[in-house]
Structures are given as structure tokens and as C-alpha cells.
Ligand binder design. Structure first.
Ligand code: S3P
Length: 179
């Protein structure tokens, strides 16, 4: 278990990292950060524009710098973007500098929750979003699991239920540790 009291939420687009993170932070009275919003504030550009101008690789560089900076803080709740686990250095920071929760979410819920969204460039190419999300989950699910201390299934509970499950894990009362 890491020494730090940081809480990191990882998981795919539509898992609810931001929503759950904000609520969890409120409940625990901790500062809340979101890596995507942090990047947008720093660059003065939104995520789709960063992808347009710099490509995915440019975005990943910014994301790596943001994750390094944010995970170096103390006693925060951090919600990360779906691709935050792609780079090994990010996975290392997320697993070593706090307690990481993987918000596992079934593909059908991910599709439902991202259907109307316009801010996720990876879902707005020529390919069907279902095919993209499925492929991303196949690639990333093992990375989320290897990074997380705990896996929480968000499909089974309400937002409140997920928050409670996270707090229970933190109190060490329930749910087996993932590693
Ligand atoms: C991405 C997820 C997005 C954002 C960017 C790339 C991904 O974050 O970081 O569009 O690679 O899955 P959310 O998971 O908050 O949508």
C-alpha cells in the first residue's frame, strides 16, 4: 500500500472517473483534480483542439507531464483520462504515488454514456464507436488492472454505491485487494 493518501481513479471513457472523483473528493473533503481539465487549463485549448493540432502523440506528452505533476501532490483525488495508463511511466506513478481504483465498466454502459459526447476525439473518427471502445478495452483492461489497487464494478451500483465501495476499500473493510 502506498504511503501517500492520494486517491487515483482510472478507467475508460464513460466509466465516470470525473463524476465519481468530484463526488468522492467532496465527501472526503479533499481537493479534486482531473488530468484532462488540468491539461486544458495549462494549454488554453480543449482536448479536441489539442488532438487536431498536435495529434494523439502530442496529447500523450502533455498527459504524461500532467500526471507526473498531479501525482506528486499529496492528499488529492485525481480523475484521469481513459488513456492515462498507456505509458509505463504513468502506470508507475499512478500505482506508486497513491491508491488507484479501476472503475471497471461494461462495454454497453460505456457506449450509453459516451453516445452524445463531442469531446472525445478517439470516438469521432470514421470507425464505429462500439468497435473503437471494444478495441480500447481489450488493449487497456489489462493495463488498468495491473495499475490498480482495487477494481470497482460501476455497472453494479449507483454513483453513491461506487463512492461507498471506494470508501470501504480505503477503510480496508471490504473487497479484496487487486494486488
Ligand atoms: C482518452 C480519454 C479522454 C481524454 C482523451 C483521450 C482516451 O478522457 O483524455 O480524449 O484515450 O481514452 P476521458 O476518459 O475523461 O473521456
Amino acid at each position: 500500500m502506498p504511503e501517500d493518501n492520494n486517491i487515483f481513479l482510472i478507467g475508460p471513457m464513460g466509466a465516470g472517473n470525473t463524476t465519481m472523483g468530484r463526488q468522492l473528493a467532496r465527501e472526503l473533503n479533499m481537493p479534486f483534480y482531473d488530468s484532462d481539465r488540468f491539461i486544458e487549463e495549462r494549454t488554453g485549448a480543449n482536448i479536441p483542439l489539442i488532438f487536431d493540432l498536435e495529434g494523439e502523440d502530442g496529447f500523450r506528452k502533455r498527459e504524461q507531464a500532467a500526471i507526473d505533476q498531479l501525482t506528486s501532490m499529496h492528499n488529492i483525488v485525481l480523475a484521469t483520462g481513459g488513456g492515462a495508463v498507456l505509458r509505463e511511466v504513468n502506470r508507475k506513478h499512478l500505482s506508486e504515488r497513491g491508491t488507484a481504483f479501476y472503475l471497471y465498466t461494461d462495454l454497453k454502459f460505456l457506449l450509453e454514456r459516451t453516445r452524445k459526447d463531442k469531446n472525445r476525439p478517439l470516438l469521432h473518427g470514421d470507425e464505429d464507436p462500439e468497435v473503437v471502445l471494444n478495441r480500447l478495452m481489450e488493449q487497456r483492461d489489462p493495463l488498468y488492472r495491473q495499475t490498480a489497487d482495487y477494481v470497482i464494478d460501476t455497472g453494479k451500483s449507483s454513483i453513491r454505491g461506487v463512492i461507498k465501495a471506494i470508501i470501504d476499500c480505503l477503510d480496508n473493510n471490504s473487497t479484496e485487494r487487486n494486488k
